[in-house]
Design a protein around this ligand. Structure first.
Ligand code: NAD
Length: 488
């Protein structure tokens, strides 16, 4: 077993082993060695040496871009195998996993093209003998720490721009779902990444993530995960003044005005929250509905939620897979109990499925609570599971106040056929992404990230590249002459 990739070589970690579990039936998919403290040190040392004296940061951008395009080709070559692995590891459906591989491919291509066109800029100084250039350089050694819900996708949003910009990286995937991250590292090596440019170490947050964040030789930490972990990382990074980018959780409002098309909004309300069993940072977990539409919408969403077909992600008939782990299911059951205790009205789900074929997996029925309000824990906190809460509003002002009445600010949506209302509400929402009459789409060219406690910094788009770049101003006086500032 050799699952740590350090300085261009697969080596065996000294931190014992850990099983990777299939959430569908709790079977063991793989057993992987874990990094010990010395492996973390070796990985950072390799990335440091590769940054300070290796070829990657000095490789012309066109060649770096060509490598990223090769990775994109390899992702497509191995798409089926990668998608299957992601489904075995996360429980999501094969269709979703396949979409993830395509999206990851597009991210590599986007950053390849963007960096190739990034030549800095010349600033007009007004002085004919002075040339002023603003150039972009890599930041250094980047620690990339990712969660378990979109393992490959979240890693690609970091590793593609980081490498495009000329950084070297140490990857720490989630201990729950590391398999496709290992595969991506294999593909990066196959595409020709030089030794030390890309390293991966496996392990949990305490034994591997934390030492990486504290390490003196790491210059930047890019993290996607929960708020509490993000806060700990921000604190730890302060000691060495690292650059930190945090993509944290969300509690995302889906605001529905009564003039919208009923059947369409029911469909989207369901996919907004129940995609990947609700384990999506931007899940539309709060449905906020105008008074006159409230009762029929609650009834239809509840009816349709009861019909969602749970099953094995590898089965094409499956509409939603299990939760990722027993830990996650226990959290969901706790939220359901608290919602009931606080007076929310259960209209769908609220239990494990009865189907004996699903008994070994970490399944939970899609759950809908009506008559919710922001005083309830289930409305305030990110549950990260298949729970939809429904609130009622009267008038645009109340809709906006409810949608913004959260500590989070990742994403939200507004549904209406009145475009003036749509854009007024979109402008008023304090969330990093706002969809009008849609839910979930994102594109490599448009920034993604959160306001308030949903994080700092942005991924995707040009900003997602700048996160991994230092900006340097070079002033060249082509005709210096003595100025006699101080007397000769
Ligand atoms: P998590 O915070 O528990 O773990 C995320 C990663 O951090 C894992 O790799 C973990 O091992 C590591 N980690 C844990 N403690 C650490 C420490 N002290 N120092 C360094 N690393 C540490 O999150 P999770 O449960 O894996 O993922 C779910 C969370 O991720 C949700 O809150 C979700 O909203 C968020 N998320 C956000 C986005 C986004 O784009 N904003 C995308 C996906 C997931």
């Amino acid at each position: 077993m050799s699952h740590q990739f350090i300085d261009g070589t697969w080596t065996t970690g000294s931190g014992g082993t850990a099983d990777v579990v299939n959430p569908f039936d709790a079977s063991v998919v793989d057993r992987l060695d874990q990094a010990g403290p010395e492996d973390v040190d070796r990985a950072v040392a390799a990335a440091r040496a590769a940054f300070d004296a290796g070829p990657w940061p000095r490789t012309p951008t066109a060649e770096r871009a060509a490598l990223l395009h090769r990775v994109a080709d390899l992702l497509q070559r191995d798409k089926e195998q990668i998608a299957r692995t992601e489904t075995l590891d996360t429980g999501k459906t094969l269709i979703e996993s396949g979409i993830d591989v395509d999206d990851v491919t597009n991210v590599f291509r986007y950053y390849a093209d963007l960096v190739a066109a990034d030549s800095g800029r010349v600033v007009d100084t007004g002085l004919s003998h002075v040339v002023s250039r603003v150039v972009h350089e890599p930041v250094g050694v980047c620690a990339l720490i990712t969660p378990w819900n979109y393992p490959l996708l979240q890693l690609s949003w970091k590793v593609a721009p980081a490498l495009a910009a000329g950084n070297t990286v140490v990857i720490k995937p989630s201990e729950v779902t590391p398999l496709t991250s290992l595969k991506l590292v294999e593909l990066l090596a196959e595409a020709g990444a030089p030794p030390g440019a890309v390293n991966i170490v496996l392990g949990d947050g305490r034994s591997v993530g934390s030492p990486l964040v504290a390490h003196r030789d790491v210059d930047l930490v890019s993290f996607t995960g929960g708020v509490a972990t993000g806060q700990a990382i921000m604190r730890a990074a302060a000691d060495t003044v690292k650059r930190v980018s945090l993509e944290l959780g969300g509690k995302n409002p889906n605001v529905v005005f009564a003039d919208t098309d009923f059947d369409t909004v029911v469909d989207y309300a369901l996919v907004a929250v129940f995609l990947h069993a609700g384990q999506v940072c931007s899940a539309g977990a709060r449905l906020i509905v105008e008074d006159s539409l409230y009762d029929p919408l609650v009834a239809e969403v509840a009816r349709r939620a009861e019909r969602i077909r749970l099953g094995n992600g590898l089965d094409p008939e499956t509409e939603s897979g299990p939760l990722v782990s027993e830990v996650q299911r226990t959290k969901i059951e706790d939220y359901v109990a608290s919602a009931v205790a606080e007076g929310a009205r259960l209209v769908a789900g609220g239990r494990r499925p009865d189907d004996p074929a699903l008994a070994k997996g970490f399944f939970y029925r899609p759950t809908v609570f009506a008559d919710c309000h922001t005083g309830m824990r289930v409305v305030r906190e990110e549950t990260f599971g298949p729970i939809l809460t429904v609130e009622r509003f009267r008038g645009e002002e109340e809709a906006v106040a409810l949608a913004n009445g959260t500590d989070y600010g990742l994403a939200g949506a507004v549904w209406t056929n009145d475009m003036a209302t749509a854009h007024r509400v979109a402008d008023a929402l304090r969330h990093g992404t706002v969809w009008i009459n849609d839910y979930h789409p994102y594109i490599p060219g448009a920034e993604w990230g959160g306001m308030k406690r949903s994080g700092t910094g942005r991924e995707l788009g040009p900003t997602g590249l700048h996160e991994y770049q230092e900006t340097k101003h070079v002033w060249h006086n082509t005709a210096p002459s003595a100025q006699r500032w101080f007397k000769a």
